[in-house]
Structure formats: structure tokens, C-alpha cells
Design a protein around this ligand. Sequence first.
Ligand code: GCU
Length: 678
Amino acid sequence: GETGYETWLRYEEITDSALHTQYRAYFQTIEIKGNSPIIESAKEELMQGLRSLLGVTPKCLSATGEQASCLIGTIADVAEVSQAIKERLREEGYAIYSEKGRLVLVGKTETGVLYGTFHLLRLLQMRDHLHDLRIVENPRNQLRMINEWDNMDGSIERGYAGGSIFFEHNKVTNNLQRIKDYARILSSIGINAIAFNNVNVHEEETKLITRKFLPDVAKVANIFRQYGIKTFLSINYASPIQLGKLETADPLDEKVRAWWKETVADIYRYIPDFGGFLVKADSEHRPGPFTYGRNHAEGANMLAEALAPFGGIVLWRCFVYNCLQDWRDRKTDRARAAYDHFKPLDGLFHDNVVLQIKNGPMDFQVREPVSPLFGAMPKTNQMLEFQITQEYTGQQKHLCYLVPQWKEILDFDTFANGKESPVKSIVDGSQYDYKVSGITAVSNVGNDENWTGHLLAQANLYGYGRLTWNPNLSTEEVTTEWTRATFGDNEEVIQTIHEMLLQSWLIYESYTAPLGVGWMVEPGHHYGPNVDGYEYSVWGTYHYADCHGIGVDRTVATGTGYTAQYFAENYELYEHLETCPDSLLLFFHHVPYTHKLKSGVTVIQHIYDTHFSGAEQAEQLLESWRSLEGKVDSERFQQVLERLEHQAEHAKEWRDVINTYFYRKSGIPDEKKRTIYP
Ligand code: GCU
């Protein structure tokens, strides 16, 4: 039966006979130039795809002189590519064109051929015509990356789909087939880099950069390489102490510098195309340069110098804040931290360092503003970090399709370089001519049979990759692609799932966190409602609800001054109550419950309304899915059904906890007199 293991690479058989005939003609005979490992991956995928989609195994021609109906290769190997096409192709790009019953696919590089092959298969999955194709594609972002938060004991930090597919019992897994399938999945959406150990690098993981584990890391890297994916490792900043028996990890200490140089040289002996290091330093109790009175630029540059001779890079995370805050302290504002730490260092980082910045100033909440750091450092490479794993968005028990959220963030105008400086133009490197930049995200994959626990959460991984390749794709396009490739031809099924996905983020937001206030979750695991869970904690995450009102005053006029970190246009937008969008109101302002929103209702009535409607809509998601019984294979139907049933129940819990909390605080009854438990 269907388990979901095949993801969107199911290649369901084409039943439309006219299309079947058309496709078959193009794949009568295939000639694939070259035989490198990456070309082999492309060939294997194409053959498997065509067998499955068309039920045929095309005849492969080698250079016999006979003209193949489908010709595939790099521009170096395919003589007949026009100059015009050649000029338009950049690194990793490809072109697919067809004429008079013949199809040609050329990649600028072998990786381009592989991406082009996945595109070609997608055309068949979408049941598109192959006549008169004129496709030229280049990725918009240089780094299109995935971060795994996997630990060597097999657990995953913030993983909601089982254990690690990379590690078990403090070793690298022997199940390399699963890693290969993961590489196929990632490559099919254009991912070209991965760091496969957690950013919190514990005792055993620290040794991944030593000879004890490098042969195993190399095995994993070999698989990813065949799919155009570079391997990175997360490192422990204190490695020189823990591994090298040095007394310090001070980045300016000569012995420390020499130790890293040797260590890096060793890594490249095992993995000649090693990507570099991902570093969480001076963040949430992780060691870093602060211990030695050095700043982040000094800390990062030391590693960058060790990696530079090999072409490696440092991905330095900006998730740096005081996680030992006193809730009585109203001056410290966690939202300010990344900007306050990093902005003054602009221009001090080496050009093989990239700052990795979370999308928002806090931590992947269901709704928060865009980090003001984007665009604020013209002389420093920046990249964006998303979270696919649904830590704060329902933990893959709730449906929460994040592509609409990511689109908003990518399109957000920073005004960094005047109007039209959206986040996507900062991180694709075009705005400031960054040498290295791109997008990364924390994966939502584990060793559950269907990879993501919630089958529909596969759409988040898919959408992430596609947007990273091209942030200008519309939510509709991406969603249609995923739904068709995963669920097939039935229009009712496609429509229903499409709608469910598109509504799900706002539904989740409405029964959980209203108006941009975050953190009303159970501390630690972050699942389920607990309005005061973080209210008196050290993590700097407060909503300040009292009997009069709620929200964090982050204005310059009367609050923490966070709004000043934005460029003028956005500062003006957020600073003033009159212009601040409802959706972020409580992130920027503390207002009375009776404050009237732009929508016309008061804050308290909004809280009640959205929690009642959110829970109802969660119920409707379940009803929508139920209407597909018998139209989706029963195994996958059942998997999703169970999650949606749980979600509908849990949404009621959220509704009632939040409504009761704010009713008790405010004493204001619901205008519509619905049940609120006193
Ligand atoms: C969040 C998350 C942690 C994670 C951290 C990070 O705070 O809860 O588990 O380690 O982000 O991004 O480093």
C-alpha cells in the first residue's frame, strides 16, 4: 500500500492515452552524454520515472550516429545548443527545448543536467505538453540549503517525524539507501547544501570533524555529492579544548588557529569538496568568542581563514541573545539582540563568512515581523534561515502550510536600498553583490515511513525547495505542483487539498496566537497552550497581559526602541498605532483590550472571534478531508485523517484556554455570548 515514502517522486502512471502517446514518442530513444556520478543519478532518475509514468523503458543510445528523440547533456557535450541559450545559462542552470518531435535538455554543468531532468519529469507529472518547449532556468539563490538538527544518539532536536535518518547509537547509520532517497528528494527541489548534525553540537558530535568519524561523514558526503549537494558540519566552538587538549579556544590564539588549520586540512582529505562549518556560537549556552573577549567577526574569521584555501565557507548564525534575562528587566528586548550584536560589525567579516539570520527577530513564531537585520549590513554576506520543522506551528500534528508565510517574508520590502529592496533580493545577493548568500532551513524530516509524520507536511519541504530555487514562484504554482505530484489527477482531490493547505497557516494562527503575540505555549517542548508559560522566564519572551491590556511596547517613543532598527519606511509603519498592521499589533504595541483594530473590532473581541472561528475551521479541515474518502488511497487517507482529528480536538483546547485566560484577565464578556468557561 501507499505509505508516503515516495513523496512527490511517486511518478504515478499516466492514464490519459493521448498524452501517453505524445510522451512515449519523445522518449522512444534517449541519448545521455557523459557518465559521471551526477549524470548517472540523472539517468537513473529519468529511467525510473519514465518506467513508472509511462510503463516503458526507453532505448538508450550511445553516440552511434542515430539521432535520439531525446538528447541530454552539458553544454560542453551537446554540440547543437545555440549561443543564445549558452549565454543565458548560469552555474547549475539548464534549458529544455523541443522541436519537431525532438527534445533536448542541456545543463550548464552536470548538476544543471540533474535539475533539468527533475524538471522534465515534473512536466510529465503535471501532464504538460512537451511540444515547442522553450525553458531556460537558473536558480536565484546560490546557497539552497537544509539544516538537520540531528544528534548522534538518533534523536532530533525539534524533530516531529521520528528519529534521525543519519545517526543511531552514536554512529553514522548504515542505512545509506534512505540517505540516497533523501538526496533524491532534496535534489528534485534544487537543494545544493546540507549540514546534517544539530547546531547544538554535543560531546560526541564534536568528534565528527576527527578521524574517528570522518570516514563515515565522507560516506554520507559521497551520496549527497552524486545529487549535487555539498556537505557541511555544525561545529563546537570549543573543539580546540575538547579535541585538541588546548587550554583555550580564543580565536586570536596562535595555537588555536593552527589547530583549526590542521583540522580543516584533515577534513578535506576525506571530503575534497567539503562545504564548510555551520556555527552556533555564544548562543543559548554554546561556547563562542565572547568567552575570550573577542567579537563575532574575530570568531568567524579565524575559521574562515582555515577554510579559505579549500574554498570552504563559514555559516555564522545570528541567533545571539541573552537567554538569562530577568523578567523584571523591562529594558532588555530580545527582539533587538541580533541587530544590536551584528550591525556594528558590518564590513569586518571575511568574504567567505555568511551571516545566517532567522526570518524573524525572535524564533520562528507563527507570526512575527521580518528581522530588521536583513539589508542592514551592505558589506557583509547574509543568508536567511527558515524553519520547516513545525516547532511553533503545530509540530506536524496540526496542518500548517508555511509557503504563504515564507512568501510574505521573501517579498517583504526592507527599503534597505530604497524602495524595492525585498528580503529575497538581499539574500539572493543581488542587492549588495554578496559573494556568498542564499537561504537555509531546518528540515522537518525523520525516519517515519512518510518522512514528515504528517503526510501533508511534505508540502512544506517541497515548497521550501521550490521557493529557494525561485522565490518568485507563486504560492498557487508551488502548491499545485506538490498536490498533483503527490495525489494524482482527480480534480476534486487536488482542489480540496489545495484549499486546505492554503488556509491552514491562518487557521493555525487564529486559534493560537492573535495579533502577533507569540510564546503562549508550553515551555520546553512548545506544544499546546500555556499563556503564561514564558511570562516570567529567562528567555526574554513576554506578552505583558494584565487586566487592562496586552502587548509589548517596542516603539521608540515609549518602548524598547526596537522599531528604530528598521529602515525609515518600516519604522514609520510599525512605530505608530495608526499604521501598524493588525496582524503585528501586539508585537509592537501594548494596547487596552478595548482598542479598536483596523478591522473594526476590539482587541478582546478579536481574540474571542478568531479563537471560535479558528477552532471551527480546524473542524472544517477535517470535514474537507473526510469528503475525500475513497478518492485517496486508504493508507494515506487514514494517516492524514488521524492527524486532522487530533488537530480539531486540540484546536478546541487552544480556543478555550486562550478565551478563558483573557476573559478572566479583562472581565469583558463575548459580544456574541458564546461559551467561555469562567
Ligand atoms: C530554538 C529552538 C532550539 C534551537 C534554537 C536554535 O530556540 O527551540 O531547540 O536550538 O532555536 O535555533 O539554535
